[in-house]
Design a protein around this ligand. Structure first.
Ligand code: DX5
Ligand code: ZN
Length: 216
């Protein structure tokens, strides 16, 4: 069985010292660097855009896992492909033509993910499951880091696993810590995103190493 990937979310990092924060992730056992892009429209918060991701790119050695919380992301796919994204994830709720958006990402040979909010009907995944590489199950309402994990995520993970089967990665995003992460990884989650739990800790490198031991 493959290992559960750890994806630190740069949104919770100290932006006045971004280079050092990225170097910490480079040195760590994390697999991906999770990058949250918010437009103040699809979600009530604005995070950062392409200039910051260009700066991240200058230092990051881990593949970028770009999570687009933006309305009609199809308009910006080329821009994020140019930023050397390993995977681009769009929200099921934000796309008027989801298959077209996914196909556009795939047309650049970039992996495509679909994120689903806590209140969205999981059956919406049925139509596009054959097109995607990853489903990101939101375990908080998107918009902010540091929120409380929604417990019904466990149930949603089981349901979504039965829809997508074994060829699609399952990522969980929001409110994760060492305890819920262990349960989620045992239940079959493949990628776990951590914002505050890693970046607001005293020793992020040690936290990542402990997480890695704990979930794998
Ligand atoms: C929420 C973001 C998450 C968030 C994770 O909208 O998509 O990636 O930054 O941060 P924590 O782990 O602090 O909830
Ligand atoms: Zn995210």
């Amino acid at each position: 069985m493959s290992l559960t990937k750890i994806a630190p979310s740069i949104l919770a990092a100290n932006f006045s010292n971004l280079e050092a924060e990225i170097n910490m992730v480079n040195k760590s056992q994390a697999s991906w660097l999770h990058v949250d892009v918010m437009d103040g429209n699809f979600v009530p918060n604005i995070s950062f855009g392409t200039p910051i991701i260009e700066a991240i790119n200058k230092h990051a050695k881990k593949p970028l896992d770009i999570h687009l919380m933006i309305h009609e992301p199809v308009r910006y796919i080329e821009k994020f492909v140019e930023l050397k994204a390993e995977i681009i994830t769009v929200h099921i709720e934000a796309c008027s033509n989801l298959p077209q958006t996914i196909k556009k990402i795939k047309s650049f040979n970039t992996k495509a993910g679909v994120a689903i909010n806590p209140e969205t009907d999981v059956s919406k995944l049925n139509d596009i499951v054959d097109l995607i590489d990853l489903v990101c199950i939101m375990s908080v309402n998107p918009g902010f880091s540091g929120q409380k994990f929604i417990e019904k995520t466990y149930e949603r993970l089981e349901k979504i696993k039965s829809i997508v089967g074994n060829n699609t990665l399952i990522e969980i995003d929001g409110g994760l810590n060492n305890i819920n992460a262990k349960i989620l990884s045992e239940m079959g989650a493949n990628v776990l995103v951590f914002g505050n739990y890693i970046f607001k800790s005293k020793n992020p490198l040690e936290i990542i190493s402990e997480l890695n031991k704990n979930i794998n």
